[in-house]
Write a protein that binds this ligand. Sequence first.
Ligand SMILES: Nc1nc2c(ncn2[C@@H]2O[C@H](COP(=O)(O)OP(=O)(O)O)[C@@H](O)[C@H]2O)c(=O)[nH]1
Ligand SMILES: [Mg+2]
Ligand SMILES: [Zn+2]
Length: 383
Amino acid sequence: MVGDGDRRELTRRGDVLATKRREYDEDDVRVRPGKSSRPRTRTRPLHADAVDGFVIAVDRGRYTCVLPDPGPDAPLVTAMRARELGRKSVVVGDRVSLVGDTSGAAGALARIVRIAERSSVLRRTADDDETTAEGRLERVVVANADQLVIVSALADPPPRTGFIDRCLVAAYDADIEPLLCLTKADLAGPEQVLGYYAELELPYVLIRPDSDLDALRDLLAGRVSVMVGHSGVGKSTLVNRLVPDADRAVGVVSAIGRGRHTSTSAVALRLQPRPGARRSGASGAATGWIVDTPGVRSFGLAHVSANSLLHGFPDLVEGTVDCPANCQHTADETDCALDAWVAAGKADARRLASYRRLLASRSGDGDAREPDQRNPGDPLAGS
Ligand SMILES: Nc1nc2c(ncn2[C@@H]2O[C@H](COP(=O)(O)OP(=O)(O)O)[C@@H](O)[C@H]2O)c(=O)[nH]1
Ligand SMILES: [Mg+2]
Ligand SMILES: [Zn+2]
């Protein structure tokens, strides 16, 4: 179930209804009338002195922020929410305005007074992370991501195209570019997975223990990338190779966040431009960010319409032009044109099956069963 509260920042484009709740800004904040006879001001000062921050970690009401382009050793600023934010949530990836003590000195606490409009929003599934207060409250995992890095091993554990399909739908729906990152290429070839996606122009990289990561680094440079993948596929190994001091970075975040770093919370890690890579921007540094989402198993699609789900299946889109009006494209729709489309060899039957599995799972959003029980017939198909 996705409650109203979960939808408050949901905006979608195109054919999908925008359900954005009215956004509050500081002009809305009523200052309580004081005892003085001063005329009542309806607005607060606009915090002209506020500085920009980028939220890299969230832990129990404390937000770790970096100031723009401060270099690798710049202090991290710890902030709390200002009251005028109202019920607006702050998540990793948010670009915020900070006032107060932004020195980053020990014990210093700044306040977040504004959240910039988000260019994208990724939500986790309803069943993820009900163990922490933040997890129960907020289903937005990351804001402003440019790229979703879908990490899948080619073996051990075997690739699950159902999971990849779900991620692709979430990425296209959120207007985030997908990148398929196939790990353990030393153990198995990518032919089967790539064959399944042959009709899609899906960018991918192959990772093996001895491969240099230049191609991946170039794709990550200057962007905010979110990494997602099942346990055991090699995410931590990859992060540690990309960001050799990742553990230290997380440690710093944890110390500032007043406690243990919870393994379920997302953390943004700064990527250094690789030596020799072309540099961009006035600052000369094409800094990228990789967001690790350890507790996120998958992304929620409950809010995605049947037609928007199709964005993850561009090979099927053309097959729906002969569908009756309001066709839900499910297996129960006797006149759905997708069956004929597949029968005519225009698309892979496994793709239609995967699309329909997503359609079905979306109603409950978050099938609690193991992938193997869900898709007994097709070893590639689990989600
Ligand atoms: N053969 C092989 N093993 C890998 C590769 N990447 C990671 N592993 C191993 O896979 C296991 C799981 O890796 P880990 O990074 O912890 O996965 P995570 O759960 O996604 O963070 C570890 O034993 C790694 O050493 C790879 O490219 N090739
Ligand atoms: Mg790991
Ligand atoms: Zn149809």
